[in-house]
Write a protein that binds this ligand. Structure first.
Ligand SMILES: *Cc1c(COP(=O)(O)O)cnc(C)c1O
Length: 424
């Protein structure tokens, strides 16, 4: 039996209607930006396997470090014990992060990193005796993960419909524009004493459709939030580690977060790991003789040594000059391609930030529009490129190791698809 048929017997895939599901493509090997399928096809991974991969698949440097660590210490309980990779990673990360962050709390993925941040913020006020501060401020159209707390502070959509009456109360505002920023400030003032924290994806709302917004206006909004003493949580799970052209998107703003959430690119996309880093203000509220003020949170694999080692190895590669050059070159190349697409009336809102490029399909043949994402994904696969539009938002976010001819091919395939859909 083929792998795809065996899969159909036992597997339940994420975000996928299982009925009439297209057979999954069995991948047997990865190398650089390429994914090799069982049938010998090779696909350019233009979305970095859901935005996680930075340096290419099966990178030998990271693989070797994980292997060596696995021979040394693969896992140890992290309450009452510590180990070199966890401490070294925290020591190395903290000075790189925007803001004055001083403590790292480890968890397992992006959703848990935001769950930890939310719990940390709410209990911060509880520990201080200000029990009225329990609401969370978040952006409309946000995505912070799929667990209950993360889902609560994310957009109410078809993805969350079954759970709406179970999600906790959130004050939603729009991402800032010149037109709406004063209204948002009014809302913030109105709820100021009830809001524990503001969680935001800095400058790019990823799963919400790669929506980008202005850094200057965001800075203005953050200033207003800080004035109301609200804890600022930057969810850099997607934007972190160079995606936006800077190491962290928070570097584009003067107002820095109190808490940062990291995952996805943290390990170069090799292993699941989440980081929630906070400043002293937050941490000190937990250091107390009163045992009730302890942060009672943890996961079996908190600070897994293999994952921390992978993150250290990824940082080694990220800090190499050729990686930064690659990010700059992809950024420039994306801008050029965006300019080339700009005259097309059937697509709109062409935008780029760093290594991310996105646009909307504005119109097209009706029979395609309902299912445009699946149609485009298949057309690209037929041309050996993997992209996966979010609804009618087409985007690319390649690994930094992508070669010039590979990126050009991705652009060509996008142009070809627009042409095939009679959108050019
Ligand atoms: C992907 C993502 C998450 C959730 O991360 P998982 O590892 O998938 O749980 C949270 N926040 C943002 C901004 C993300 O892009």
């Amino acid at each position: 039996m083929s792998l795809a048929s065996r899969d159909r017997q036992v597997i339940w895939h994420p975000f996928t209607q299982q009925k009439n599901m297209a057979p999954p493509i069995p991948i047997v090997k990865g190398s650089g930006s390429l994914l090799f399928a069982e049938d010998g096809s090779a696909y350019i991974d233009a979305v970095s396997s859901w935005w996680v991969n930075l340096h290419g698949h099966a990178h030998p440097y990271i693989a070797e470090k994980i292997y060596q660590q696995a021979l040394q210490l693969e896992q140890v309980i992290f309450a009452g014990f510590t180990h070199e990779p966890a401490v070294a990673l925290a020591e190395r990360l903290l000075p790189l992060l925007p803001g004055n962050l001083s403590r790292v709390f480890y968890s397992d993925n992006g959703s848990t990193s935001t769950e930890v941040a939310l719990k940390m913020s709410i209990q911060y006020w509880w520990n201080k005796g200000e029990t009225g501060r329990k609401k969370i401020l978040a952006f409309k159209n946000a995505y912070h993960g799929d667990t209950f707390g993360a889902m609560s502070v994310s957009d109410r959509s078809v993805f969350t419909l079954a759970f709406h009456d179970l999600l906790f109360e959130v004050v939603f505002i729009d991402t800032p524009t010149k037109e709406n920023i004063n209204d948002s400030k009014t809302v913030i003032q109105q709820y100021a004493n009830e809001i524990a924290a503001f969680i935001y994806e800095p400058l790019v709302q990823g799963a919400g459709g790669m929506k980008m917004y202005d850094a200057g206006l965001m800075d203005e909004l953050l200033a207003a939030v800080k004035q109301s003493n609200i804890i600022c949580i930057a969810d850099e799970v997607m934007t972190g580690f160079g995606r936006t052209g800077k190491l962290f998107a928070g570097e584009y703003m003067i107002n820095k977060p109190d808490i940062i959430c990291l995952s996805k690119g943290l390990t170069g996309g090799t292993m699941a790991l989440g980081v929630t880093a906070c400043n002293n203000k937050i941490y000190e509220a937990y250091v107390n003789d009163d045992a009730y003020k302890t942060f009672f949170h943890g996961h079996s694999f908190t600070a897994n040594p293999l994952a921390c080692t992978a993150a250290l190895a990824s940082l080694d590669l990220l800090e190499k000059e050729n990686c930064l050059t690659q990010i700059e070159w992809i950024t420039a190349s994306n801008k050029q391609f965006a300019a080339a697409l700009a005259g097309n009336k059937n697509i709109k809102d062409i935008r780029t930030l760093g290594t991310i490029l996105a646009f909307e399909i504005a119109k097209g043949k009706d029979e395609y529009l309902n299912n445009i994402s699946a149609v485009i994904t298949q057309m690209a696969i037929d041309k050996d490129v993997y992209i996966r539009p979010l609804g009618n938002t087409v985007y690319i976010m390649p690994p930094y190791c992508i070669r010039e001819e590979e990126l050009q091919k991705v652009y060509e395939v996008i142009k070809f698809i627009l042409h095939q859909l009679e959108l050019t």
